[in-house]
Design a protein around this ligand. Structure first.
Ligand SMILES: [Zn+2]
Ligand SMILES: [Zn+2]
Length: 183
């Protein structure tokens, strides 16, 4: 997909994600809007948490631009299938909910399908109020990640986080083994 010259930070996001697509641009606009709303500096050393309500391309823009990542545990996924993202700034006790409202930026190509390239161009160029809606919300950061002891699965022998282990009778199993045992 080629929609002309991209801003440098978007070029980096595309490199991280692997391709340019409308979903990534939704995330790019949403993450930038959140950062601007919360007055985040470029250093990104703030204690941020992102709660994302989908697991699509858009989330990668948050992982890259806000450094809210799956691995660090400051990216929380709720499987709602919605392009909604809440960014919590723990240091300043503020949070903003960003929802995508730019469905009208879609246009149909001659084949009657959404013209993805035109949509991408519109997502990049449209004024912010046509792309996302922002709402200040109470900052309710999820509980800090706790270091849990590991248990050993009685079937495969591999260590498993205690809170994720499954007890069947007196045996402690990891989830995949518990599923196999039950079938
Ligand atoms: Zn993508
Ligand atoms: Zn196991």
């Amino acid at each position: 997909m080629d929609i002309g010259p991209l801003p440098p930070d978007l070029q980096e996001v595309v490199r991280f994600h692997g391709h340019l697509c409308p979903g990534l641009l939704i995330g790019y606009r949403a993450a930038k809007a959140a950062a601007q709303y919360l007055g985040l500096g470029p250093s990104r050393d703030e204690e941020l948490v992102a709660v994302v309500e989908n697991n699509s391309c858009s989330v990668d823009a948050f992982q890259y631009l806000l450094s809210t990542t799956f691995g660090k545990g400051n990216l929380i996924w709720h499987d709602h299938g919605k392009q909604v993202f809440t960014v919590i700034d723990r240091d300043h006790g503020r949070a903003v909910r960003v929802s995508f409202i730019g469905d009208r930026l879609k246009s149909k190509g001659p084949d009657g399908k959404v013209d993805r390239e035109a949509f991408a161009r519109a997502l990049l160029g449209a004024p912010q109020e046509q792309v996302v809606a922002l709402l200040e919300v109470p900052p309710e950061p999820p509980a800090e990640a706790v270091i849990e002891p590991s248990l050993f699965c009685a079937r495969c022998g591999e260590p498993v986080q205690a809170s994720r282990a499954v007890k069947i009778g007196e045996r402690v199993l990891c989830k995949p083994c518990a599923v196999q045992e039950a079938s």
